[in-house]
Design a protein around this ligand. Structure first.
Ligand code: PGA
Length: 261
């Protein structure tokens, strides 16, 4: 499958924002503004708490849902956790290994590998986040960090299961900071990710969608989505603003339409 045939994917990661009524209002506003597009899949990742009501509210032709995290066991004595088994009926995707999970909550590559495996086992698509810190980039370690995060994170995923999964390249220094990664840096990192997938699985790297995330805003969306090998965007802050998020989706759609001409 060539790059152009992979449907573009835009995920809004709401993080720990919005109570039930605020979340419902945001969905209402997004539904008014976002059209259903054949070439763009739009996914909302609210808190676990509102997945259930939003699953009843969303227009499924326009939106899918994602969870922001899950535990690696299907059930058990894990106070405060939610399993992929519990999410199975509600979401199409689970974000795994977001840098905030890694750096604030101490998630290791081994924990992330178990989470990825549990998401796949439960018939959900993982969105595995990888990316280097500012120090790692400065030390010239970006390629090695991406390699290690992918090799361990995907160690229990078979070549059949890897088809269709999503990898998000999110340089930690660009998340929530307004420090914009340069297109050349993103292109190189995405190339490294595809190279690693090819090393692990053979040629299936073309079946894996690779997203970019980190301070994505409407006016810089086109610059990122046009990068060779980038199949979509993981949007944090801007996804909480209905005008910004719908503008990002519209730009991705427009870029695709222009490419088809
Ligand atoms: P940001 O977050 O767009 O606010 O930088 C991106 C993310 O954390 O996925």
């Amino acid at each position: 499958m060539g790059n152009l045939e992979r449907k573009k994917l835009v995920i809004g990661n709401w993080k720990m924002h919005l109570n039930a009524s605020q979340a419902s209002l945001l969905v209402h506003r997004l539904q008014e503004r976002i059209e259903s597009h054949r070439d763009v899949e739009v996914v909302l990742a609210p808190s676990h708490l509102v997945l259930q009501p939003l699953s009843l509210q969303i227009d499924r032709r326009k939106f899918k849902l994602a969870a922001q995290n899950c535990h690696w066991q299907d059930e058990g004595a894990f106070t405060g956790e939610v399993s992929a088994t519990m999410l199975h009926d509600l979401v199409h995707y689970v974000i795994v290994g977001h840098s905030e999970r890694r750096h604030i909550f101490g998630e290791t590559d081994d924990m992330i590998a178990k989470k990825v495996a549990s998401v796949v086992r439960n018939g959900i698509t993982p969105v595995l986040c990888v990316g280097e810190t500012a120090e790692e980039r400065k030390a010239g370690e970006t390629k090695q960090v991406l390699h290690d995060q992918l090799m361990v994170g995907l160690k229990d995923v078979t070549s059949d299961d890897v088809k269709g999964i999503v990898i998000a390249y999110e340089p930690v220094w660009a998340i929530g900071t307004g420090h914009y990664a340069k297109p050349g840096q993103v292109k190189e990192a995405v190339g490294t990710i595809r190279h690693n997938i090819r090393e692990l699985y053979g040629h299936v790297e073309d079946d894996v969608r690779v997203l970019y995330g980190g301070s994505v805003e409407p006016d810089i969306t086109r610059g990122y989505i046009e990068i060779d090998g980038v199949d979509g965007l993981l949007v944090g802050g801007a996804s909480l603003n209905y005008e910004h998020f719908s503008a990002i989706v519209a730009t991705v759609h427009k870029t695709e339409t222009d490419e088809e001409k």
